[in-house]
Design a binder for this molecule. Structure first.
Ligand SMILES: [Zn+2]
Ligand SMILES: [Zn+2]
Length: 322
């Protein structure tokens, strides 16, 4: 016979557990959370404002901000930074060239901050801009209001990784670990605090954009990140967490690549696995439950990018695209 009471309590416990997990990873846009002494994570509102996440790092005399965000995001971050520290913003690190991470550069430089990025970010801007900036200005007033024809590139770039800024408070390492989301992917690593800001090379949710990426190489970049002594991962989008963000992101890219490669080996063509209904894409490819955090409306586009990457034998970012 069954034990209804036991069932009930087991079900209740499961619900509580799931509820806890859900709460823990639930998105909290426009909130600032302290990660370590002098290190804060600000979750951007991607859904309504297209904003990325930011980190605020307090040094002895000044602040370092991770990612410039869109201009409206930059102003929101600045307001929140003032609430946690009276120190001025001296450096802003662009993790990569995408508008939600870099178009806010002029907001920061106009107030005297210096924008920094890996050299690959400046190179990517030369490849894709000013076309994307001008297209974005048509739909985003905050970008149009900059009255520019092109994005403002980072003022300072580095080629040798890590590029280190340190004082008696802490050591901040700007690192390049390889081509994942873009050729310019920069990480910010705080060895003492075991914090890693990953930009969009690792996101926590269905936010992967693979068009400028290198899907096959992506897991290797995650391996390099996992070699660092990291406890807290602050992703470019989605809630903060621990190393599971890096392992999950790694697994998603492996499963995506594997599933598409399997379909190709079965003789499937792109039209067989990605269907078009007007501008809306859908896919017949499904990925395992284990990576469901990263699976969302973007999957069909990711499948298309993986298909092109595998069949054309080069990173998707090397295949001509908008
Ligand atoms: Zn982003
Ligand atoms: Zn991005």
């Amino acid at each position: 016979m069954s034990h209804p009471r036991l069932w009930l309590s087991a079900g209740f416990a499961a619900a509580l557990y799931l509820g806890f997990l859900f709460t823990r990873t639930e998105a909290q846009p426009n909130t600032v959370r302290k990660i370590a002494d002098g290190v804060w994570f600000r979750e951007g509102d991607i859904e309504h404002a297209g904003h990325c996440n930011n980190a605020i790092i307090e040094m002895k005399d000044y602040l370092i901000i991770v990612d410039a965000n869109f201009p409206s995001g930059a102003r929101a971050v600045l307001e929140d930074a003032k609430k946690v520290s009276p120190k001025p913003v001296k450096y802003v690190f662009d993790t990569h060239h995408h508008g939600d991470h870099l178009y806010g550069n002029p907001v920061w430089t106009q107030m005297g901050a210096v924008t920094i990025a890996y050299q690959g970010v400046a190179d990517e801007l030369k490849r894709y801009e000013p076309a994307r900036f001008q297209a974005t200005a048509k739909s985003r007033p905050d970008v149009a209001e900059l009255k520019r024809d092109a994005p403002e590139p980072p003022q300072k770039t580095f080629t040798k990784s890590p590029y280190v800024i340190s004082d008696e408070t802490r050591r901040v390492e700007f690192r390049f670990l390889g081509w994942a989301h873009t050729r310019g992917d920069g990480f910010v690593y705080l060895p003492k605090e075991k914090v890693l800001c990953s930009g969009d090379a690792a996101v926590n949710g269905p936010y992967n954009y693979t068009a400028d990426g290198n899907i096959a190489n992506w897991p290797k970049v995650m391996d390099a990140a996992l070699k660092l002594d990291v406890q807290y991962v602050l992703p470019g989008h989605g809630p903060s967490g621990g190393r599971e963000i890096l392992t999950g992101q790694r697994a998603f890219m492996i499963e995506l690549h594997k599933a598409v490669e399997g379909a190709i080996k079965q003789g499937k063509k792109l039209d067989d696995i990605v269907k078009k209904d007007g501008t809306k894409l859908s896919t017949t490819i499904t990925l395992p439950e284990s990576v469901k955090t990263w699976v969302g409306d973007g999957l069909a586009g990711q499948v298309r990018d993986a298909y092109e990457e595998i069949t054309q034998h080069k990173p998707h970012g090397d295949i001509p695209h908008q």
